[in-house]
Design a protein around this ligand. Structure first.
Ligand code: GDP
Length: 423
C-alpha cells in the first residue's frame, strides 16, 4: 500500500507576477479543481464582465481546502491537491506589507520553491531577496518560473538571459536543484501541456516536473525527535505523551532520552485513535507511554539517546526581524521553540546578512536589526531548552520571538548552536 509521496512547495514573487494565476490555471488544465469551485469561478467571471473564456484563474486557488498555520500570528494558508502520482501542499502566502514574514514561514516547511519572474523585468532585487530567504529557511530545490513570456514575444533569447542571470547569482546559495521554465500562466503554456509557442524549450511542463522531482526526506533518516505537546492523563492508569514526530522513527522497546533533563527510559506503547502501532515515523502525531514513571512535561523533547538534541540556555541564531520597531538588545520577549515557551532576550547582534547576496557584514556599534532585516544574534533564555541546529532539523531548530505585550510574532529564528551558561 504505497502511499503517494508528498511535495510541499511555496510560490514566491512580487505582487502581480502571476502566482495565483499559475496555480489556478495549472489545476484547471489538469482537471484537479473541484467541480463546484469551477462552476463558481465561471459564474463569477461572468458577473464581473470578463469576456468569453477569460476566467480569473487566480480565484481557483481560494477555492481549495486550506488549513491555517496554528499558534503563530501569521497568515499562511496550506492548500492541498493531488495527482495520480503525488500529493501537494502549497503554502499560500498573501500580504504585501507582511510578505517577507509570510514567505519565511511558508518556506520553513517547504521542499521546493517556485520563484516567479516577470519575463519583461528579469531577475530583480526582489527575486534575489526571495531566493536568499528561501535558501536560508532550508528549501533545497527551486523552480524559476519565467512567466508572461507572451509579453516578450516568446523570445528564447530573453529566456536564456534570465536563466543565465539566475544561475550565476544563485551559485552561492547551493540549491540542490534548479529548473528554469518559460511560462504563460494565463494561457497555460508549459504548465500541464507543452507550449506550441516555445518549441525551443525541451523541459517538461511544470506539473510533470513537480510530480517527478526527487526531494530527500531528510527528516525520516534524522535522529528521533518528538516535542511533547501534551501530557495525556485521562485516568490514574494511563499517562501518555502526545506530539508530532519531527525526526526519525520509534518502536516500542526503543530507549529514548528526555531532554533537557537527560534521563533515559524505554518506549512502552505507541498509541493512536486507531489502535497501537508497531512503529511511528517523522510526520506522524502519536501518543507514547513510557516504561518508567518519569517526570515529563509539555515542552520536553523526546530524543534518540545516540544523538540527542543539545540542551542549553544560550543560543547563537539567525534572526529575521519582522516588525517596524527595531530590535532592542536586552528586552524580554517570549521564545517559542518546539512545544516549549520561555522568556528570552537578544544579548547581541553581531552581523547583518545582506539580503541580496547572503553575505554577513559586521554591525557598527549601536546598530540593530530593522524591519525585514536578517542578522546573526546571540540570545539568553530564562530556562534551559533542548534544540538542534536548524540545518539538521527545521522543526527542532526553528523558533519565533513573541512580544510580551502585543503577543505579536516579532522575529523568526534559526538555531546555529546551543550552549549552557554554566559550561
Ligand atoms: P499574483 O499577485 O502574483 O498572484 O498575480 P496574479 O495571478 O493575480 O496575476 C496578476 C496579473 O497578471 C493578472 O492580471 C493576470 O491575468 C496577469 N498574468 C498572469 N500571468 C500572465 C501571463 O503569463 N501573461 C500575461 N499577459 N498576463 C499574465
Amino acid at each position: 500500500v504505497g502511499e503517494k509521496p508528498l511535495l510541499r512547495f511555496i510560490t514566491c514573487g512580487s505582487v502581480d507576477d502571476g502566482k495565483s494565476t499559475l496555480i489556478g490555471r495549472m489545476l484547471y488544465d489538469a482537471d484537479l479543481a473541484p467541480d463546484d469551485v469551477i462552476a463558481a469561478l465561471e459564474s463569477d467571471s461572468k458577473k464581473h464582465g470578463t469576456q468569453g473564456e477569460a476566467l480569473d484563474f487566480a480565484l481557483l486557488v481560494d477555492g481549495l481546502a486550506a488549513e491555517r498555520e496554528q499558534g503563530i500570528t501569521i497568515d499562511v494558508a496550506y492548500r492541498y491537491f493531488a495527482t495520480d502520482k503525488r500529493k501537494f501542499i502549497v503554502a499560500d502566502t498573501p500580504g504585501h506589507e507582511q510578505y517577507t514574514r509570510n514567505m519565511a514561514v511558508g518556506a520553513s516547511t517547504a521542499d521546493l520553491a517556485i520563484l516567479l519572474v516577470d519575463a519583461r523585468k528579469g531577475i530583480l532585487p526582489q527575486t534575489r531577496r526571495h531566493s536568499v530567504i528561501t535558501s536560508m529557511f532550508g528549501v533545497r530545490h527551486v523552480v524559476v518560473a519565467v512567466n508572461k513570456m507572451d509579453l516578450v514575444g516568446y523570445s528564447e533569447e530573453v529566456f536564456r538571459k534570465i536563466e543565465r542571470d539566475f544561475r550565476v547569482f544563485a551559485e552561492h546559495l547551493r540549491f540542490a536543484s534548479i529548473y528554469v521554465a518559460p511560462l504563460v500562466a494565463t494561457n497555460g503554456d508549459n504548465l500541464v501541456h507543452r507550449s506550441a509557442e516555445m518549441p525551443w524549450h525541451d523541459g517538461p511542463p511544470l506539473l510533470s516536473y513537480l510530480e517527478g522531482v526527487a526531494v530527500e526526506d531528510a527528516m525520516r533518516i534524522a535522529p528521533f525527535r518528538m516535542p511533547v505537546q501534551w501530557v495525556n492523563r485521562p485516568n490514574l492508569d494511563f499517562r501518555g505523551f502526545s506530539g508530532f514526530i519531527s525526526g526519525g522513527n520509534i518502536q516500542p522497546g526503543d530507549i529514548i532520552r528526555i531532554q533537557p533533563a537527560g534521563r533515559d527510559t524505554r518506549v512502552e506503547r505507541i498509541v493512536t485513535f486507531d489502535g497501537d502501532l508497531d512503529s511511528a515515523v517523522s510526520g506522524q502525531s502519536v501518543t507514547v507511554t513510557l516504561a518508567e514513571e518519569i517526570d515529563v512535561s509539555r515542552g520536553d523533547l523526546l530524543c534518540s539517546p545516540v544523538s540527542p538534541a543539545k540542551a542549553g540556555d544560550r543560543l547563537e541564531a539567525r534572526l529575521l526581524w519582522l516588525v517596524r520597531e527595531p530590535l532592542a538588545i536586552g528586552k524580554s520577549h517570549l521564545l517559542k521553540i518546539g512545544a516549549k515557551t520561555t522568556p528570552a532576550r537578544v544579548t547581541a547582534v553581531d552581523a547583518r546578512i545582506e539580503i541580496e547576496t547572503g553575505l554577513a557584514t559586521p554591525l557598527a556599534a549601536g546598530e540593530s536589526l530593522a524591519f525585514n532585516e536578517i542578522g546573526e544574534a546571540r540570545l539568553s533564555l530564562e530556562t534551559v531548552v533542548a534544540c538542534d541546529p536548524y540545518v539538521e532539523n527545521r522543526e527542532t531548530g526553528g523558533f519565533i520571538l513573541i512580544d510580551r505585550v502585543t503577543n505579536e510574532t516579532i522575529a523568526v529564528g534559526m538555531v546555529k548552536s546551543v550552549a549552557a551558561s554554566n559550561e
